[in-house]
Each structure stands twice: as structure tokens, then as C-alpha cells.
Design a protein around this ligand. Structure first.
Ligand code: ATP
Length: 445
């Protein structure tokens, strides 16, 4: 049986991953896959933060060999993970007592009395089609559409409030794990609490010392990016490509700071995979709320506007598109500000109202900058003076000439730019992972 959960937190408290952690801690002996933290369309207005949805897979029996994926109240969480290739040994009927217990856990921990918190819990004996996951990355899916699917597949579901969370719950189950990364989340309920800056730096450096991790620190600014604002049960989250490395990092942290050895768990995720990015082929129309890789030429110079957001224009085929880098991306804007007319760029980001919100950019081919000069007279070799309308007249013989254009010494290199780690989108693949090999098998670590 698959369990999907979403929309249980508010801006100020709670976290759906923590609810998944409680469920996994309770039913570890029946869970057959890593819990999954799946990020969905980053362009939606409903999201509280990172549009994350959770799913868990329950089997009738688990493998003999156990894999430790974390600790709950200081005790190991060990799962008997089944190979993805194997037909999951799902029961034909639903285990109602388990369903009630899971619903009970969600009811205990979701953020109550919040209009924007509308939990959805889904139980399904069938895995949902990957197309639903793709749609959930690219579009705004109506609740009714998901409810239809749930009815057709004889799934059981609970809606609290409007129950909009069923969209994320189903989409998380539908994730194909084609490209997988991992995140170790360390918890203290109800809030992560204060952590000293020195401790943060040590933990950040431990994580950063492993080549398989990403988005840990912004080295230039010495900023650690692992610790979210102290509003939720998450103390820190460490992201990486290699499951075993995350376990080792946690062990190193435990040896320095035993307080962090109580509650943590590793999730399989689609973070850092660019799964949401569609490659835009020439002639394709951009669709509202989808995310793209677009190649074009800068046709409008970068300009900072109110709020510190930086805008410029590109020409993609025959279409003019605006691009924006928002204020929180800080130094990224300074780099983008150096773009020149004619630069050939590839940019990645989500599209809405004629504008791409840039997640990263490659300067593929910088345009060559020419300087306009007054030419020497072609008849007598004397100097010329500017007479307007891009014309120059010889000061001796009156010959009228075109301007001369001279290549400047101002050389720019091709380059790959991205916001600092603390301002990246969860789904966005950092340039560091560009050539990484992502795990795709449920069983492989
Ligand atoms: P997180 O759990 O990381 O805090 P979030 O808080 O940003 O995520 P939620 O509170 O889960 O976001 O709210 C997002 C809401 O949008 C959920 O109700 C989810 O079901 C819904 N949703 C997710 N993807 C889509 C989509 N593609 N179309 C329509 N609704 C969606």
C-alpha cells in the first residue's frame, strides 16, 4: 500500500516531513521503500514554502536485511527495503486499523485552524501513473481531477479542510524516481530551536567535506545553508547524492554533538534534479506555470527595478521574453548585470506572465563588443568630426564617411551562473551536479 500526505503545515509551524517521520517510526517493520520527499511545481501560489509532498510504501513483508535510515527517540529506524523490480507484495484489501492509525498521526501533528492548511491523506494499493507526477511539476492540477483518479483506483483518502493536499499526496506516490537524491533531516519537535553559529559552521563544514553533498554552504560568504528558520521541527537538512555518505556525515556530527543523535531520517527526493525543467525546442510555445531551459540572445540590457529585482530581455526565436533574478539571489544579480546585448545565453527557470524567473544561466557565447570611433578620411587621411545621424565629415576636404567600429579589449568568458546556495529552488540542479550520475533504483544506495 502507498501512503501519500501533503499540506499539513503553515508558514509559521509544522512540517509534513515530520509527520512522515512519525509514521515511519511507528510502522518501520512494514515499510519497504525509503520515505519520499517529492517537490512539485515551484510556480504555484498555494505552496507554503517548497511545495513538498510525502509518500511511504508499506508491504506485507519486508526483506530480512535491514537498512538503518535514521533514529527515532535515539533508537535506530531499520527498514527491510525491497528491490523496485520486485512485484510489491501488496494486500488486495486495505488494512483499516493501520489507515486509522496513520490518519490519527496526521490529525495529531497537522497545523490546525489555518485557512491555508488543507491536509490530504491518500492510501492506494496501486502506484499512480508517472504522468501525474509530470503534470504536478508543470501545471496547476484541479482537486476534482485527482479525486476522480482516487475513485477510479478504489483508493482511500481523507480530506481535512478543502483537502487540497490530495493533489500533492497522489503526485508524490506517482514519482518515478528516475533521478534520485537524498536528504537527511534532523528534528526536534515542535521547533528545531536555537543552534549556535559556531556549531552551524562546524556541521556545514563536515557536510561540505563530502563531494557527494550539495547546497550546504555558500563558501564565498561563509554562510551555512543547512538550518532553516526556527519555525518548524527541522533542525537541519543535508542533501546529497550518496545515501551512505549522509549516514557517515551524521555519525561525524554525533561524535561532536551527541544532542543531534536522537531524531533524524533520510528521505529519497527529487531535489536538485531539474525534473521540472522542460527543454524548449524552437517553435514551442511557453506554457504558463511550467519551467524551461531556453536558449536565446540578450536583447534588452539588465536593469534593477524596485525591490532590487533585476530584469533583462532575451529573444527566443521570434519571441521576446523577460527574465528576472529576484533580490534574495544577491550576488547572482551582480553577475547577470554584466550581460550585454547579443550575448547567447541558456537560461533555466519557471515561466509566468511573459517572464522567466531565472534559476541558473549559462553564458554560452558572449557577444563581441565594438566601440564606435570617428574614422580617418579615406581621401586625405585627415581627422573627421561627428555631424550626427552616424555620419562623420573630414575637417579638411569635407568628405562624409560612415563611423568606424573597433573591437574592444573587453573580453568576456563563457560562464555558468547560479544564485547562492541559500537562494536556490529545491528542484533546481546546482551546476555542481551537472554531470553527476543520479541513482534511479529504489534499492540502490
Ligand atoms: P512543504 O510541505 O515543503 O512545506 P509547501 O508547504 O510549500 O510544501 P503545501 O503546504 O504542501 O506546500 O501546499 C501546496 C499545496 O498545493 C498542496 O495542497 C498540494 O496538494 C498542492 N499542489 C501541489 N502541486 C500542485 C499542482 N501541480 N497543482 C495543483 N495543486 C498542487
Amino acid at each position: 500500500m502507498w501512503i501519500g500526505i501533503d499540506d499539513t503545515d503553515s508558514r509559521n509551524a509544522g512540517c509534513t516531513t515530520y509527520i512522515a517521520f512519525r509514521i515511519v517510526s511507528t510502522f518501520a517493520d512494514r515499510i519497504i521503500s525509503l520515505p519520499r520527499l517529492v517537490r512539485l511545481n515551484p510556480n504555484l501560489k498555494y505552496k507554503t514554502r517548497g511545495n513538498g509532498a510525502l509518500s511511504i510504501r508499506i508491504g506485507n513483508r519486508t526483506e530480512e536485511t535491514k537498512t538503518v535510515i535514521g533514529k527515532s527517540d535515539g533508537k535506530k529506524i531499520s527498514l527491510g527495503l525491497q528491490n523496485n523490480e520486485m512485484e510489491p507484495d501488496f494486500p488486495k484489501t486495505y488494512d483499516n486499523s493501520m489507515i486509522e492509525q496513520v490518519v490519527g498521526i496526521v490529525e495529531e501533528y497537522y497545523e490546525k485552524n489555518q485557512t491555508n492548511t488543507n491536509p490530504g491523506i491518500v492510501f492506494s494499493n496501486k502506484k499512480f501513473d508517472t504522468d501525474i507526477y509530470r503534470n504536478a511539476l508543470e501545471r496547476d492540477i484541479p482537486v476534482d481531477y485527482i479525486e476522480e483518479i482516487l475513485k477510479k483506483t478504489d483508493s482511500i483518502y481523507r480530506k481535512i479542510g478543502s483537502g487540497r493536499g490530495i493533489i500533492g499526496a497522489v503526485s508524490s506516490i506517482a514519482w518515478d524516481r528516475n533521478r534520485t537524491t537524498y536528504e537527511l533531516l534532523n528534528y526536534k519537535y515542535p521547533r528545531g530551536g536555537y543552534v549556535d553559529d559556531m556549531v552551524k559552521t562546524i556541521i556545514g563544514k563536515i557536510a561540505e567535506s563530502y563531494d557527494s553533498t550539495f547546497n550546504n554552504m555558500e563558501m564565498k560568504e561563509g554562510k551555512v545553508c543547512l538550518f532553516p528558520k526556527d519555525r518548524t521541527p527541522v533542525i537541519y537538512g543535508i542533501r546529497g547524492l550518496v545515501f551512505d555518505d549522509l549516514i557517515q556525515i551524521q555519525e561525524e556530527i554525533n561524535s561532536r554533538f551527541p544532542d543531534f543523535d536522537r531524531n533524524y531520517m533520510i528521505f529519497a527526493t527529487n531535489q536538485g534534479t531539474d525534473d521540472h525543467i522542460l527543454r524548449l525546442e524552437s517553435g514551442m510555445e511557453l506554457r504558463e506555470l511550467s519551467s524551461y531551459e531556453i536558449t536565446g540572445y540578450v536583447n534588452e540590457l539588465p536593469l534593477r527595478k524596485e525591490g532590487g529585482h533585476l530584469f533583462f530581455g532575451i529573444k527566443y526565436g521570434v519571441t521576446d521574453i523577460k527574465a528576472v533574478a529576484f533580490e534574495p539571489s544577491k550576488g547572482f544579480r551582480d553577475e547577470l548585470e554584466k550581460l550585454e546585448i547579443g550575448d547567447h545565453v541558456k537560461l533555466f527557470g519557471s515561466y509566468a506572465k511573459g517572464t522567466i524567473k531565472i534559476e541558473k544561466l549559462e553564458l554560452i557565447h558572449p557577444s563581441i563588443i565594438y566601440e564606435r570611433r570617428s574614422p580617418l578620411c579615406s581621401r586625405c587621411g585627415s581627422r573627421t568630426s561627428n555631424i550626427g545621424s552616424l555620419k562623420y565629415r573630414c575637417i579638411k576636404c569635407g568628405n562624409v564617411m560612415e563611423p568606424e567600429y573597433v573591437k574592444t579589449n573587453y573580453q568576456r568568458m563563457t560562464m555558468k551562473l547560479e544564485p547562492p546556495a541559500y537562494a536556490r529552488r529545491h528542484l533546481s540542479m546546482p551546476w555542481k551536479l551537472e554531470n553527476a550520475s543520479f541513482r534511479s533504483n529504489e534499492y540502490e544506495f
